[in-house]
Design a protein around this ligand. Structure first.
Ligand code: NAD
Ligand code: UFG
Length: 334
């Protein structure tokens, strides 16, 4: 089966491509490297020893997409391509709306024209309204607080409307919680430009000496140790969920929405302590004030994905910390 992976050179996309190739899917990657590096493609090849097609270009470009669909026999698309930094989306909303929405509109139009009507879309836990009740379930109220989150919600609406208009479409909306870790080979992982916003990339830079300490944003939340609690999921577990979603197309028609998380919450201090213990490195930290817009707890109930897709995250926070550090160390030498 030929699968088109948009954003396949990115963090989650590259891990998903590895799983697809290892499971004998024919993969076509499209990426414009606006947030990834070309060398990732060689690393995918090195890990899997398998070949795949690659097209460099912008998913918002319909002529470019038409060419890809004309030259191949694509049966399903996994759509990762998009911008993902919350803070940047507040500063540059038009850039976020343009890229994250135009890419989906162009892609769906071209898919329609080629009678390819199966799409797995990267949504996010950020589409949920803040809730006292945790873990979050797929039918909980939705609401966003920043342009990035709004682009995810609008994409969900677009895809739902598309199905309303044409019931031949099959759509999987996957709401990821906090992807972290790296491939166990140490060859691919998360490598943000500049000072990271997210917890694990920041810890990785402290561990490798690029930054001298971690700022922990608040220890006065209503959580077991006062620091923020999240549902961290190993990126390889998350990647595997996409293969289960593709399989799910055979059984579940229409629009289906799934949380991809573990259902278990860990605090910032849990992560820092696990990282220090498994990697035997020191992570100096300071407690600072809360980060604006942060919430105390955000965890997702993965029961529906388990029952319907057979999805179950297997890896532990120790695995996430070990694999993230291995990638940081390997990558730094290059
Ligand atoms: P990433 O930035 O590492 O990967 C995205 C890839 O898409 C990059 O390789 C980038 O170059 C490419 N891209 C972006 N716009 C493009 C365009 N118009 N044309 C062609 N290529 C384009 O991000 P990621 O962490 O792998 O996330 C993948 C998807 O999952 C995104 O849609 C993101 O919003 C979503 N998501 C990520 C997280 C997370 O914490 N990483 C959480 C929830 C949802
Ligand atoms: N944190 C720190 N110090 C840091 C970075 C993070 O203490 O330097 C804390 C945060 O306060 C939070 C936890 O670590 O308690 C996790 O923070 P992240 O930034 O790693 O993750 P978030 O859950 O805040 O955000 C993530 C994605 C967003 C997405 C959001 C909603 O990065 O894109 O989940 O699900 F919108």
């Amino acid at each position: 089966m030929q699968v088109l992976v948009t954003g396949g050179a990115g963090y989650i996309g590259s891990h998903t491509v590895v799983e697809l190739l290892n499971n004998n899917y024919e993969v076509i990657i499209v990426d414009n490297f606006c947030n990834s590096k070309r060398e990732v493609l060689d690393k995918i090849q090195e890990i899997t020893k398998k070949s795949f097609k690659f097209y460099e270009g912008n998913v918002c470009d319909k002529a470019f997409l038409n060419k890809i669909f004309d030259e191949n026999n694509i049966e399903a698309v996994i759509h990762f391509a998009g911008y993902k930094a919350v803070g940047e989306s507040v500063a540059k909303p038009l850039m976020y709306y343009q890229n994250n929405i135009d890419s989906t509109l162009a892609l769906c139009e071209v898919m329609n024209a080629h009678n390819c009507k199966q799409i797995v879309f990267s949504s996010s836990a950020t589409v949920y309204k803040e809730s006292e009740i945790q873990p979050l379930q797929e039918n909980f109220p939705l609401g966003t607080t920043n342009p990035y989150g709004t682009t995810k919600l609008i994409n969900e609406w677009i895809l739902k409307d598309l199905y309303q208009a044409d019931n031949e479409w099959n759509i999987m909306l996957l709401r990821y919680f906090n992807p972290t870790g790296a491939h166990e080979s140490g060859l691919i992982g998360e490598d943000p430009e500049g000072i990271p916003n997210n917890l694990m990339p920041y810890i990785m830079q402290v561990a490798t000496g690029k930054l001298d300490h971690l700022n922990i944003f608040g220890n006065d939340y209503d959580t077991k140790d006062g620091t923020g609690v999240r549902d961290y999921i190993h990126v390889v577990d998350l990647a595997k969920g996409h293969l289960q979603a593709l399989e799910g197309f055979k059984k579940y028609k229409g629009v289906n929405i799934y949380n991809l998380g573990t259902g278990t919450g860990y605090s910032v201090l849990d992560i820092v302590n696990a990282f220090m213990e498994v990697n035997q490195v020191d992570i100096p930290y300071k407690i600072v004030s809360r980060r604006p817009g942060d919430i105390g707890r955000n965890t997702g109930d993965p029961t529906k994905a388990y029952k319907e897709l057979g999805f179950k995250a297997e890896k532990t926070i120790q695995d996430m910390c070990r694999d993230a550090y291995r990638y940081a160390v390997t990558h730094q030498k290059k």
